[in-house]
Design a protein around this ligand. Structure first.
Ligand code: AMP
Ligand code: GLY
Length: 424
């Protein structure tokens, strides 16, 4: 089986790492990939955005399965373009990717399917949006409708903040066209977890839960990031919570999407708030999380490739994945300054020693090679994962690996998993 992964981050390195262990695999390509994927696959210098070039490569190389990592190519229609060329893609069509591409679309799906979610309204006129928040009061949540690189959401504690968010999104257009419309939501209170499923249009299998650490600083301070670390399973994800999430959120969403003629295939990532009234949907993403992918896949015991094929072919009912008992923790090593401006080009030492520690796997996220040297080449640079028998052990192993890596320009949060450790 010849497989092409699309993307260049830690998530794509983890997917490549997992797929590369499959006995079914005959060739693995990553476009564009990174120095980590270069060790286990052939990197192809095509951007994840260049859909015609990716389709042409897949045809030329007789690729059997394409696995897109990030949302952008999915929202832009890579699954449709590959489908027209007769190539399988483990990801949703552009129409189904609206579950991530449009917040209003997701809320309409939730309402149509009776999925528990925050009360909401949407507006394309800023005056109406300002009037609505006056009526509703604070706290209240303001969201740009479209893709805004994870920065389109403001949880406004006061009316002043809510009005400022509406002005910034709709009038100053800080997220461009993504902010032509806003979704305004009731503010939910509870613990947040992420639930992952692999979907084949009708069926879904549970892939696990995780807790992300979005803020840049220890104790959840500072600006939001793409994710500074994650633990899996999420400590608040009891068997009942997971059952409810699959039965009340994931499966109804799939049924609604299929009924609308836009069946969902691929990784589905549900961001949930565990409220007093049970789990409620915050958002869907149409892809695996990053660094949640680097955190969950090291727990997988089964071959992932047959599951990805089954998801693509509508055959998931026959798939049963086995997982390792235990806990996984990922610490993201980032360039000082991230998520703001940062320097690139600093050399990183000690990766081999760190990667050889028990239970540890290091995924490259933003690196480049210069001769033999690994240099930083991004904001999130390395995802340092460890699997342990319990959360404490996973955290200790991950930080032991972090402390073995020498990179003066880097930093990480020092408290990944710590709040969960104390809460459970
Ligand atoms: P999103 O981009 O939709 O994941 O939102 C980013 C973050 O905003 C989420 O991870 C939550 O922490 C927060 N958030 C979004 N919607 C709500 C809501 N309705 N109530 C409370 N917090 C929310
Ligand atoms: N870590 C959150 C995300 O991948 O969107």
């Amino acid at each position: 089986m010849r497989v092409l992964i699309i993307g260049s981050g830690g998530r794509e390195h983890a997917l490549a790492w997992s797929i590369s262990a499959s006995p079914l695999l005959t060739a693995l390509f990553v476009a564009p990939g990174n120095p980590g994927t270069a060790n286990i696959a052939t990197n192809v210098p095509i951007s994840a955005k260049d859909i015609p070039a990716l389709v042409a490569f897949a045809q030329d190389q007789k690729i059997d399965l394409v696995v897109p990592g990030p949302e952008a190519p999915l929202v832009a229609g890579i699954a449709d373009a590959l489908g027209e060329a007769g190539i399988r893609c483990c990801g949703p069509s552009a129409a189904a990717a609206q579950l991530e591409g449009s917040k209003r679309f997701t809320k309409e799906i939730a309402d149509g399917a009776g999925i528990p979610t925050a009360d909401w309204a949407s507006f394309d006129d800023p005056d109406d949006a300002h009037d609505y928040v006056e009526d509703m009061g604070a706290p209240i949540v303001i969201k740009a409708d479209g893709l805004a690189a994870g920065k389109g959401v403001v949880v406004a504690a006061t009316l002043e903040e809510a009005h400022a968010a509406i002005s910034a999104i709709m009038e100053d257009k800080v997220h461009g066209a993504a902010g032509a419309e806003v979704v305004i939501e009731e503010c939910l209170v509870g613990e947040e977890i992420s639930v992952f499923a692999l979907c084949d249009g009708l069926d879904a299998i549970y892939l696990g839960s995780a807790a992300d650490h979005k803020r840049v600083g220890d104790n959840d301070t500072g600006p939001n990031t793409g994710g500074m670390g994650a633990i899996a399973p999420a400590p608040w994800a009891s068997a009942e919570v997971i059952e409810a999430s699959m039965a009340l959120i994931i499966r109804p969403a799939l049924a609604e999407m299929a009924a609308l003629g836009t069946p969902f295939r691929g990784f589905l990532f549900a961001g949930l708030m565990l409220t007093e009234a049970g789990p409620k949907l915050i958002e869907f993403n149409v892809r695996f999380g990053d660094p949640e992918c680097e955190t969950l896949l090291p727990l997988l015991r089964s071959d992932i490739l047959p599951a990805l094929l089954a998801a693509t072919d509508g055959q998931l009912a026959h798939v049963d994945l086995r997982w390792r008992a235990g806990t996984s923790a990922t610490v993201m090593l980032c360039a000082k300054g991230y998520p703001g401006a940062y320097a690139t080009g600093g050399e990183i030492y000690g990766l081999e020693e760190a990667g050889a520690l028990p239970g540890v796997t290091i995924f490259h996220a933003g690196t480049m090679l210069e001769q033999e040297a690994v240099l930083a080449n991004g904001g999130r640079v390395l995802a340092v994962n460890a699997v342990g028998d319990n959360l404490r052990q996973a955290i200790e192993l991950a930080y032991a690996a972090v402390d073995t890596i020498e990179w003066p320009d880097g930093f990480c949060r020092r408290d990944i998993g710590i709040r969960a450790l104390h809460a459970t």
